[in-house]
Design a protein around this ligand. Structure first.
Ligand SMILES: Nc1nc2c(ncn2[C@@H]2O[C@H](COP(=O)(O)OP(=O)(O)O)[C@@H](O)[C@H]2O)c(=O)[nH]1
Ligand SMILES: [Mg+2]
Length: 310
């Protein structure tokens, strides 16, 4: 198999086939994927990466479609990375979304791709970051990174973005759930979707109150209300996202450097983990865990035996 790094010129020339193959390479950790990312990296930093996260069913995919439309209308090219095997983008679900996306198949200014990241070096968060690099280097103005839910992995993915949008719905306890899941910390903009729901205003108020109580030096995330189904509030959402982008612009290089630091740390930790888990240590762990059922129940001694299995 030729090295994936050979795809770099095609990606830089925005050839769709090269972009698709490069995304497959970073998704699956194919040979040369790391070299490809490094070859493209100097040509990144222009795209605006927006992470979209929130509970399943909140309307992230519907909103993503709306945002694609809004950015296209503003003359920007848009790539969508759906980190979600069951997403409408992979043909898994909602007919309405598929129909809307089908309208865009002839639009060269849009690129849609799902990402599962089996075997990517550094896990899903690195795969998402690398996918953004590919699309950034290919010249897309905006990259929308949609996750399926709100687990830690998805928060890591969202953090690969410049601007993090958290989508909630006016279901009972959603705001509290968001706080528990650590979304308060990563959100730059909150969107209460399904604003057609009678509880919408109440959850907006509750969220604003929570964010206000949180305090801190950083400016509190903006809370907007949308109805992705009919498009109400989407213009306001685009403005809120744009305002965050504007704030980042003040220290764009610093933001990028911080993200690169976090990424390098993650890559090093992943490499350490791979190097550590020799087959001998794996077997040692299996044996030690079997002994848990026996006489010896000393946690540190058992762990030490695994660590000593050189
Ligand atoms: N009533 C209402 N339904 C919506 C709205 N936005 C999305 N939905 C519906 O909510 C369901 C889940 O939407 P989807 O975009 O797939 O959510 P995701 O799982 O967060 O990506 C779909 O049936 C949508 O049609 C909205 O603003 N109002
Ligand atoms: Mg979705």
């Amino acid at each position: 198999m030729p090295s994936a790094a050979a795809l770099a010129p095609g990606v830089l020339a925005a050839q769709r086939r090269a972009i698709a193959r490069a995304l497959t390479a970073v998704e699956n950790g194919l040979p040369g994927a790391a070299d490809l990312v490094d070859a493209l990296y100097p040509s990144t930093g222009r795209a605006w990466r927006i992470g979209i996260t929130g509970p399943p069913g909140a309307g992230k995919s519907t909103l993503t479609n709306r945002l694609v439309g809004a950015f296209r209308e503003a003359g920007k090219t848009v790539a969508v990375v759906a980190v979600d095997p069951s997403s409408p983008f992979t043909g898994g679900a909602i007919l309405g979304d598929r129909v809307r996306l089908a309208d865009r198949v002839d639009d060269d200014g849009v690129f849609v791709r799902s990402l599962a990241a089996r075997g990517a070096l550094g896990g899903l968060a690195e795969a998402a970051e690398a996918a953004c690099d590919v699309l950034d280097a290919a010249g897309f103005d905006v990259v929308l990174l949609e996750t399926v839910g709100v687990g830690q992995g998805e928060i890591d993915v969202a953090e690969a973005a410049d601007t993090v949008l958290v989508v909630l719905v006016p279901a009972s306890g959603d705001a509290v759930q968001a706080m528990k899941a650590g979304l308060m910390e990563v959100a730059d903009v909150f969107c209460v979707n399904k604003a057609d729901h009678p509880e919408a205003s109440a959850i907006v108020r509750a969220l604003r109150q929570m964010l206000h109580l949180r305090g801190g030096d950083a400016p509190a995330p903006v809370v907007v209300k949308t109805s992705a189904l009919n498009g109400d509030g989407v213009a306001g959402l685009v403005d809120a996202l744009g305002a965050h982008r504007q704030r980042l612009a003040a220290d764009w290089e610093g933001t990028r450097a911080e993200r690169l630091r976090r990424r390098v740390r993650r890559l090093v930790e992943a490499a350490w983990r791979r190097a550590f888990w020799t087959s001998e240590r794996r077997e040692g762990l299996t044996r030690a865990l079997e002994e848990v059922d026996g006489e010896e129940r000393a946690p540190h001694a058992l762990a030490a035996r695994v660590l000593g299995a050189e």
